[in-house]
Design a protein around this ligand. Sequence first.
Ligand SMILES: [Zn+2]
Ligand SMILES: [Zn+2]
Length: 275
Amino acid sequence: MNRGSPVELPEEYLDFYKNLETWQNEQQIRLQKDFAPRQLSNPRALIAEQKKPLLIIEKWEIDPEQYRTVFSALLEFMLETRPELKDTLEDVKVKTQNLDFSPYIKDFLNDHLSTLAALAQEYKISQELLVFLFDHSIRPFLRLYALPYQEELREETFQHWDFPNICPVCGSKSHFSRLRPADNHRFMFCDRCFTEWESRYLLCVHCGNDTPGTIYYRSVENDDAYRIYTCEKCKGYLKTYDEKSGGSTIDLFIANIETIYLDMLAQEQGYTNHD
Ligand SMILES: [Zn+2]
Ligand SMILES: [Zn+2]
């Protein structure tokens, strides 16, 4: 069921992401046993001063052998859930058996995707698939890393963090926010590490525009909970869930995927998420 959606998403598509999220939760619980990230003190001051996400400030590294285990487990998960990709996945499995993951993890965390692009070319597989595999096997690590900071960095983040659409913990770009019902405060959501951080309500998270009358919101008929906020200055848009209209909290990771129709609506009308 897609709420008021002009685009019917196949049920299997959503199921795949729901299962992937469950799988990631399980991996996170498993990793928790032998992985305790160091906790930097005063993260608010650190990000304000250095203007970089915590993970980059700390030059955080993931143990490549722990990572290999999760990467292999993701391949198994994919073999089960996406049997049509069997040949390609088996091929990746053989080719990555002795791969030194360290430089690729490092480049991925620093958003340098050119080395992964080169690896995809060498493996003769699509870059999209290889990036997907890295992205989703890194997430259980990122979520564990982010956990100790999430509470401290949530409220009034805009007071000390200048990049409203970038996650202050892992540096990923966010395309989704929620409005808290009690006070209408906006919280950006990172679907990689699950951190939330507050940005100002009347502000384009892409260009910083806050001129009244240049930021609008629209929703699809009969469903005011799921909205896009658009900026007339940079033509950017942001998907948002209004908890007051929606009446409950939701899984923001799934909501972001479920609302592809809002991306289509925004893009049809000439807006972009600046990716
Ligand atoms: Zn993040
Ligand atoms: Zn803008």
